[in-house]
Design a protein around this ligand. Structure first.
Ligand SMILES: *Cc1c(COP(=O)(O)O)cnc(C)c1O
Length: 383
């Protein structure tokens, strides 16, 4: 029997091109890849895995991860909590934003019944307790050293260790359950950063001397953007060993975003004009491709012609411009594409699952709002 949603499913990117002939950008989701990544993380990580919803909140992505065994979600806003809860009523959401509005706290506590709240300041602890009461778990977020991560996530949030000790003691004194959390930074290329942060967490916990419900080691697990990236197994081994060596007796949580979704989606764009070695395409830094500039990412790209075949010609460097009128809308890196590429050909950007569709601005009226599901693994981008 054919269901309406089946019509939105494709067998490959070539199938998308043949059936849609899209002059608009298309965001391609590969649920089979997402399910496989989720399963591998859940099986490999020595603890509970929360998906960091902000990384890609599209329902196709959330659903595939849930089917792969993810039952817990790191959420930062009521919109994220609502989306996860609507799709997966049994899911467990954690309110892991260290700064929350009172209205959002009320909705989280009273409507959605959340029980886990991150804080990194005494005033936030007061606020959370005044709205949500004390029958909750207060997760104190500690600031960690930046190390070898591409993005530092402790420059804005996280309490210094001595303040974290005070926060834990205070939360406990007021009758809350307590837990600890950190984030080593996104796209963290050094597994040892987790050991260093875990030993800091252990020191804080010993000094506070309160019982912990769990230690949340955050996200930061890397995706393989052509960089020399250690395999996830190395991270899991370091974390498991550090837990044993440091004598951490409480359950672990992790909040991966990027590592779960990066290679499970791609962005299919079209060349609308070629001027010499400059290509003007229909997605850019105000759309799904902002991270290529901000994170200096070098994702795999390939050119596809109208027939669905690869474009011919020797590969050479091109500069790529996005569709908005802003001169900043350019991808800094040279992209190596076949010399015969021209108007009407497509460029597919691989490894675009993370921080892409969720970060679009809609500036200048350009937005990637055609999202398709493609069955099977990605045949052209193999990592
Ligand atoms: C963004 C974020 C994550 C996910 O980080 P990745 O680098 O994508 O794994 C996890 N936890 C928190 C609190 C975050 O802000």
């Amino acid at each position: 029997m054919t269901t309406p949603s089946r019509q939105l499913r494709f067998s490959s990117v070539a199938d998308v091109i043949q059936r849609l002939n899209p002059s608009y950008p298309v965001f391609c989701v590969f649920p089979d890849i997402l399910r496989a990544r989720a399963r591998a993380f859940v099986e490999g990580f020595p603890g509970t895995v929360l998906y960091a919803t902000k990384c890609n909140p599209h329902p196709y992505v959330l659903k595939a991860l849930a089917e792969g065994g993810i039952e817990h979600f790191d959420t930062a806003s009521i919109s994220e909590i609502a989306k996860v809860t609507e799709l997966m009523p049994e899911a467990h959401c954690y309110f892991n934003h260290p700064v929350k509005g009172r209205g959002a706290l009320e909705a989280a506590a009273d409507v959605y019944g959340l029980t886990d709240y991150v804080v990194d300041h005494l005033d936030e602890l007061d606020k959370v307790i005044s709205v949500a009461g004390t029958d909750i778990t207060i997760e104190v977020r500690i600031a960690t050293p930046k190390g070898k991560a591409v993005y530092d996530l402790s420059a804005k949030f996280g309490a210094p260790p001595d303040e974290a000790v005070t926060l834990l003691k205070e939360a406990r004194k007021r009758g809350c359950r307590t837990a600890l959390a950190f984030h080593v930074g996104s796209q963290c290329l050094d597994p040892d950063a987790f050991r260093v942060a875990m030993s800091l967490a252990k020191r804080v916990s010993d000094e506070a001397n309160v019982p912990l419900e769990y230690l949340d080691v955050g996200g930061g697990f890397p995706a393989i953007y052509k960089m020399n990236v250690p395999p996830l197994r190395d991270y899991f081994d370091v974390i498991e060993k550090a837990k044993a060596d440091l004598g951490i007796g409480v359950p672990l949580l992790a909040e991966p975003g990027r590592a779960l979704v990066a290679d499970g989606c791609s962005v299919l764009t079209q060349v609308h004009l070629r001027k010499g070695d400059d290509l003007y395409i229909n997605d850019g830094i105000y759309g799904c491709l902002s991270e290529i500039r901000d994170g200096d990412l070098d994702p795999p790209v390939r050119a596809v012609s109208r027939s669905g075949e690869a474009v011919s010609g020797e590969s050479r460097p091109f500069r790529i411009f996005g569709p908005t009128c802003d001169s900043l809308d350019v991808l800094k890196l040279p992209f190596h594409l076949p010399e015969d590429i021209g108007e009407g050909d497509w460029i597919e950007f691989g490894l675009m699952g993370a921080y892409s569709i969720g970060m679009q601005t809609g500036f200048n009226g350009f937005v990637t709002d055609t999202i398709v599901r493609i069955d099977g693994m990605h045949e052209e981008f193999v990592f």
